[in-house]
Design a protein. Structure first.
Length: 211
């Protein structure tokens, strides 16, 4: 019985290496509350590269250099206390694609178990592609396609560097921040993301996901 469950779980994880993610547990939860969610999968080739660089600069600048866990960020989070997060993009993909959002030790344990499997079996580019498609950018708005059209009226391939930075700046609190009507925090954060995206392109830290 347990062996069968583990095999099914592994097949589920491996399937998302190839197929578009149809939905996630969190999307289903939000759809029950909101009535529906806005989500459409698009391949990473149809997303402006600057958005990929922007979310990496914002959420996980060492994405290309770690194996799923950023030990430096974890140490910094411990030193600075609960106000600082240390989840990598890989961990966020695992949480969003396969698990639930409530903070709990069982969820963190499963996240810690699944993240290395994803890192070993998916490419970095695929991990980021899934992230860009299933991340929440506004209440009920999931992924680059829905976010670009909702906020800016363009497809994700047409996002400018400034628009991409504003989208990345709302992470990880999209229900409290707006990319389309940025407040002082989002404007400041977007300026930092613009610089960060340019920096990781220049120093090679975007090499694992760019053609």
């Amino acid at each position: 019985m347990i062996g069968g469950v583990l095999v099914l779980a592994l097949l589920w994880i491996l399937s998302y290496k190839i197929i578009p993610v149809p939905t996630t547990p969190y999307m289903r939860s939000e759809a029950r509350v909101l009535g529906d969610v806005d989500y459409q999968w698009v391949p990473i080739e149809n997303i402006a590269p600057v958005l990929a660089r922007s979310v990496v600069a914002s959420e996980d600048a060492n994405f290309c250099e770690h194996w799923g866990f950023d030990l430096g960020a974890i140490r910094a989070a411990i030193d600075e206390g609960a106000g600082r997060g240390a989840s990598t993009i890989s961990q966020q993909v695992v949480k969003n694609a396969f698990l639930w959002h409530a903070r709990s030790w069982p969820r963190k344990a499963l996240e810690a178990l699944i993240t290395p499997i994803v890192e070993l079996t998916w490419s970095k580019r695929r991990i980021l592609e899934v992230y860009l498609n299933i991340a929440e950018f506004d209440e009920g708005v999931f992924g680059a396609e829905a976010a670009a059209r909702s906020y800016f009226g363009v497809g994700p391939e047409a996002l400018t560097a400034q628009q991409a930075a504003q989208l990345a700046a709302v992470l990880p609190s999209p229900k409290l921040r707006s990319a389309g009507r940025p407040g002082p925090f989002v404007r400041r954060r977007a300026a930092q993301v613009l610089d960060g995206a340019a920096t990781i392109k220049a120093d090679g830290r975007s090499s694992c996901f760019e053609d």
